[in-house]
Design a protein around this ligand. Sequence first.
Ligand code: GDP
Length: 519
Amino acid sequence: MTNTQTAAAPAETPDEIRDAISRRRTFAIISHPDAGKTTLTERILRAGGAIQLAGNVRAKGERRRTRSDWMGIERDRGISVVTSVMTFEYGGCVFNLLDTPGHEDFSEDTYRTLTAVDSAVMVIDAAKGIEDRTRKLFEICRMRDIPIVTFINKMDREAQDPFALLDEISSSLALDTTPATWPVGRAATFVGTYDLRTREVHTTTPLDQADPRMIQLGEDLELIDAALPEFDRESFDAGHLTPVFFGSAMKEIGVTDLLDALVAFGPSPRDQATETRTVHADEPGMTALVFKIQANMDPNHRDRIAFARVCSGRLSRGMRLHHTRTGKGFALHTPQFFFARDRQIAEEAFAGDVVGIPNHGTLRIGDTLTEGENIRFTGVPHFAPEILRRVRLEDAMKAKKLRQALTELAEEGVVQLFRPQDGAQPIVGVVGTLQLDVLQARLKGEYGVAIGFDSTPFSLARWVTGDRTKLDLFAQANRSSMADDLDGDPVFLASSAFMMRRTEEMNPDLKFHDIKQIG
Ligand code: GDP
């Protein structure tokens, strides 16, 4: 396994830091289940030399267990609930591939992961085109103007016409497209790609000019030249235009086209907004943002890892950091890099890299770490949950344990926790029902607490802000519908969208939010 981050001589000057940062490519793959994300991930990691054998990363069935057997629910359902990061090198760049959960339920984890990337590869099934989840994830990327590279997969099977696919992406996502490569052959006769930039053909078998596939390519190219826009770097960087690659992850066609493009024009670490100023990735001072907490990754050690994205400068092991939420110092003893299922101590990391920081609850999602400056990154949100349930404890003796466990799991972002102001049992809120199953399984497995869920009269939660006095009056008048979230911020719970609208109309001085910015 290669890892120059630990092997390279420490960068001394800002120029070297700048160079290291410009070679970072931090991205995620977004797709609908079954489009081929896992297969493509394996091929990409193999191209980068990060794994010797395709299948090591996250194979279905038996082999999949190697990576994630710490969590029964994943094993049982054959899904990946956990977001992790895979680092590899390719073409002189250090790639950080952030894995997003593959199940159909939307979870906040996915969203937060997308706040930590600089670009996304959108994988589309060539027969099915744009599907629900692709669209949803794309919309999240659009909110942050994340540049998107499109990979149309499964070209080795019956597929839609490439022009039709480009049209579909443009019209259904309102996203300009430009082909970066073009398929040579179709379905069973698909043998490679034509690179529209270098004008080179890459095929698995040599074809002469009289081959029907080459003739078709020639005809297609005339149409492309006449009708389709050229790649425009600025529109790509702004997230308005996507270069489109065709390929087959399974047959390993088009995978290096994609990686070469990410090397050539994949964005290096982007600027990040804080409450007070913009942090540029190549600033010398180290800053980092915690975007994910994962507890109990190793059930034998009850560890708790905060995943932090380095946003600027260079992080090195042993550094003394400033934790801006608490104002306290934080000694960075054992930052870790993750390679699929392995981890190792990180001696240093640069903007764009993701490190795991073991801690005992000090670090929370949205926290900022710096070398002393008092800034706080914005942009890591909580979404208003779409499902609210009251937790029913099976064994009343375990009330205290449950309280602690719920707090820890809510800090990790597994669920949101609302404590009713009238003292009733806590309510948990989730965006997708799978999160409830995860909560139940983890409470049982990791804390030995059995719970069930009861329905609540509420279907909506909104964070309330406004003038302190008005807010207090509102809370008094609506006591049975008010709760505090994990941070003690007030939340109004409504029984229906209609009630919510009425409440908003009757309280024009207050603001009701369905997204809360944390950090
Ligand atoms: P994920 O759910 O998006 O991670 O998709 P997988 O990578 O698990 O792939 C779903 C199915 O499609 C599997 O049976 C793969 O073998 C198959 N598959 C993935 N890529 C290709 C491809 O390029 N061509 C063909 N024919 N099948 C593929």
